[in-house]
Structure formats: structure tokens, C-alpha cells
Ligand binder design. Sequence first.
Ligand code: PMP
Length: 451
Amino acid sequence: SNQTRRWQEMDARHHVHPFSDQAALAKKGARVITHAEGVYLYDSEGHKIIDGMAGLWCVNVGYGRSELAEAGYKALKELPYYNTFFQTTNPYTAELGERLAEVTPDGLDRFFFANSGSEANDSMVKIIRYYWSLQGKPEKKVFISRKQAYHGVTMTAASLSGISAMHPQAGLPLPNHAHIDFPYWYGMGGDMDPNEFGVHIAMKLEEKILEIGAENVAAFVAEPVQGAGGLIIPPDSYWPVIQEICHKYDILLHADEVICGFGRTGNWFGSHTYGIVPDTMAMAKGMTSGYQPLSAVALGPRVGDALHNSGEEWSHGFTYSGHPVASAVALANLDVLQKDKLVEKAGGETGEHFLKHLHALADHPIVGETRGVGLLGAIELVKDKKTRERFEGDTGGLCRDHCFENDLIMRAIGNTMVLSPPLSITKAELDELFTLARKALDATAKDLGAM
Ligand code: PMP
């Protein structure tokens, strides 16, 4: 329509969106999403699109929850903003800390609030370096993270990220960052048994620590399930060995729960699912189901007590740290997750229905592996199921476009299709989602001459 074209032209003239395929954007213009309800998005041309990605792994409670909107509106009227610097707080942020401490892993009960996942991870680096300096070990400043990981876009969060394409143009990674292999069994495990492979990859952490010298290493940083790199679900053997190594060399462990947090893997946090006891943890996205920008670094007793007991004023905080409106929305989000038992359902009936559909796609001629946990799923596309050889070209992009044309949003990461629908999705909506997914896989296979 004319209105859509007007929006697209304004967007093309003024909006910088580097995370888009620039050629496709120039050719077709941005799709204008105007409103949303439940698990459906609506665009300016009247299409109803099923959101298989919950926005960008965010919208755990689904769209259009009036409880969240009303909580935000009430706070906007009562206290639209005040800072939490200089010995002040507000009722919403005060209560949010209390409520978060009820659902985080044991002992992670102090929170530094920020506005995005990038800021949370960036702040974590500063907090941990500060911690080590309080311990009289300021030389412990190297952060080890994983190849293909994504931890955000600020200079530090991008340095933690192991996606090599994020690095060269901006002179990254910064000094004091190192990256090790990630536990991608399907792509790298060859003939190895998955658990044997998990141990093998976890031992890379020890190798890297010995190479750098434990006296120089501050922390290991990872997501419980790595979202970037194609949704890498670790073999059971992986996390126990990682934690043993961290203890052995006195290296802190930071869990990036920006995607895994708030029910995504079937428990409140991915750390619960994998038995991880992190020293610090980042959360964002699902914290407000994306309704407001809000994030936090959770601190366990070791780092939390050291900071608390130092008695020092320490200059770190964002204008919007502990934002009252965002905090109010986060509280309402926790209420909905609890009232509707969405976390239990992600680990129970909804998750089971999702995984049953996901694994049923394994019989498709171009699907090499399906992997999933809770309401996170990946479908890896291959040319040859036996040798795991991939198609040439951007197979994932092709499949993503077929999904998009059929009004389904599935994300492509390389040759892997990724799903993370709202936790509120019903069984009937999951049936619909997977019917569309199979249709898109068929269309992709036909394009590739594989069907
Ligand atoms: N960590 C992870 C695991 C993420 O997926 C993301 C965002 N996709 C971030 C950090 C960065 O969060 P933000 O975009 O809010 O800065």
C-alpha cells in the first residue's frame, strides 16, 4: 500500500540497520511490523505471521499481555523516571531484586541493573576485574570465551563474542580476550561419542588456561546453550568438566543467560538445566519479555560480598540503571510466568510437544540433525546425511526466506534453522508452526534439487 511504501522509504533514507542483508533490504524494503498478539505478528499489508523466534528470543510471555502494559502505565504515571545513583532506589526496583533472587540459582542474589545484554556483559567484565583487583590480583584480566559465541556489540561484549566477522573492522578483539572451541558435536565430533567429545572440548579450557597462565585469567564466559553458532546444545559431560577446571585454577565462571534465562530451556535459568553454579550471570531479553529494555548482572556471594564489603564508592552505573518503568514491567512479567506456569510448561507439556514436532523433522531429506531443549530448537540442513556435507551457498537464508514468504519467522544461523517461540504458545499453534516449517523445508529442498 502507499502507507507501507512511505514507511519503507523513510526507513531506507534514515535508519541504519547493519544487522540486515543490505542487498535484500535495498531490493524489497523493510517489512513493517505494526502490531502483535499472542504468538502472531501483523505487518502493514495485513499479513498474520507466526513468530517462531519470540521477537529475538525475547517475548517469552507472548505479545499483547495487558498485565505488562498496565504495570508499565502505572509506573509511568507514578514515577516515570528517577535515578538509582546517590543513595536512592524506587519501589519497583527494590522489589524486583527480591523477586529475582527467588528464581536465580542459589546465592546469586545481588543485581546490577542495566539496559541491554551487551551492557550487562560489558559491566560484568568491569565488575570481575574490579573484584580481582580487590583481591590483590589485578593481573587476572584475561577473559576466555568461545568461538562463534555472541555476547553483544559494545567493544568489550563484541570482544567476548567469538564471531570472527564481528572483529576485524573495529580492531577487535581488545587485548585480554581469548576464544576456545565450543561443544558442537554434530559439526566437529566426527566418530566420537557425544560425551567423550564433550570432555574433549571442555579440556580446551584447561589447555588455554595453561597457555595464558592461570595467574592471568579472570573468568570463563559462556551461555549454558550457545545460541549463536547454530544453537549448540552441550553434551551432558561438558559443564561438569568446565566447572571442575574453573575451580582447579581459581577462574570465575560467568553464565550469559540472556537467551537461556526466564524459562527458555525448561527451567528458570539454563544454569539450572545444566547444573551450573556460576559466580556471575547476565540476564536481559526474557526479563521483561522484551516489553522494556532491561538487563542485569547477577552476582553470587564471592563477587557480591567482596564488592559489598569493600565499602568503596565505585563509579559505575547507567542513567537508566534500575529504571522504575522497566522494573515494574519485569515484575509483571514474573507474575505472568508464575501465574501461567510458563516455565514448568516449557520443561513439561509445551516443551515436549515442541520437541516431538522438532525431532519428527529429522526424516526430511535435507535435515541432518535436529536438536532441542525446552522451547529452543535447531534444524541443521545438509546435502548428505551420512557425511554431514553441507550444500554450497546460503541454504539457511534460502529456507528463512521461504518461511518468511509463508508467514513464519524462523531464524537462519549458517546452515541451521533456529526456533524459540513464545513460551505461551499452544499445542495447536505449535502444530501450525511445524506445518509451515515443513512446507518451507520442502520448498528449500526443491530449489536445491534434493526433492
Ligand atoms: N548475550 C546473548 C547470549 C545474546 O543473545 C545477546 C543478544 N542477542 C546479547 C548478549 C546482547 O544483548 P543486547 O542485544 O540486549 O545487547
